[in-house]
Design a protein around this ligand. Sequence first.
Ligand code: PEP
Ligand code: MN
Length: 342
Amino acid sequence: MLVVMQSHATDEQIRAVCGVIESLGYKAHPIPGAGRTAIGITGNTGAIDLTSLEGMPGVVECIPVSKPYKLVSRDVKENDTVVRVPTPLGDVAFGGGSVALVAGPCAVETAEQTFTIAAAVKKSGARLFRGGAYKPRTSPYSFQGLGEPGLKILASVRDQFGLGIITEAVDHESLDLVEEHADVIQIGARNMQNFSLLKRAGRAKKPVLLKRGMSATLDEFLMAAEYILSEGNYNVILCERGVRTFSDFTRNTLDLSVVPAVQRRSHLPIVVDPSHGTGRRNKVLPLSRAAVAVGADGILVEVHHDPDRALSDGPQSILPAEFDQLVGEARQIAGVLHRSLN
Ligand code: PEP
Ligand code: MN
């Protein structure tokens, strides 16, 4: 259910409507739009009795939202959400017409490896650095990440290079630490339907990058985001990272068609990860070009200076020189679409 307020509704009128919604036992989500505020209502299991809301000052109408997701829907918020990530080098915006770049290794391995890659991607123009301190691996015998010491290395990347940090949380305990040390909390494909972790991310004070589960439908992907918004965190960036199909020449099939599909249904920004989306180094550059062309709000790629010795995802990590080329080509394609890289 959605309560649409008049364009000149006062803060006091909005607060009063929220108060009535809360007094009925539901949760109110005021969502300011370009022209007016809409108030999403969650927490109801069936139809809501609207009689007390419809006559309130400042209310235009109450409309049922037929989709299973509400807060992530364009019905609730027509204009794009722009998630701004503050970094020492300035804000990086996801959504609203620019293309954000995120680059770094799959995993933080050592301080030296991390700093070498950070210096390279910064030189090519990236302002956001990725790298996992907690790695959800298929095998329990594979490198699991450095844990908290890895987060400290990432924090020193921010201090020394001015790059903002995106890193994955795999459970409640790591989310507390990631929230403390990083600028964006990543929820990985394997946790896209870890609903208790999604709720915790919804209570976090930092933006969340939510990856699509490897067999998730579009509705399931958007419902996972809905969990985060429903807890009050509206700064969610979606990430397409490939899904499992019968196709066997890549690790996953990068579903670029989901980008315009998400943009039709949701106001949230969506970025593309061609590294996990293909699993092959030689496909990362062409798929990055395609991601910009299809209208993605950003690209997230794995870069390693010595991929043959990487402790995880070496075969899909591109070299710093290839990343440099990627940035140049992405910039040109973005320009054709009257967008810019940031
Ligand atoms: C990652 O970004 O390194 C990662 C593990 O991604 P995904 O969750 O998409 O597999
Ligand atoms: Mn990886």
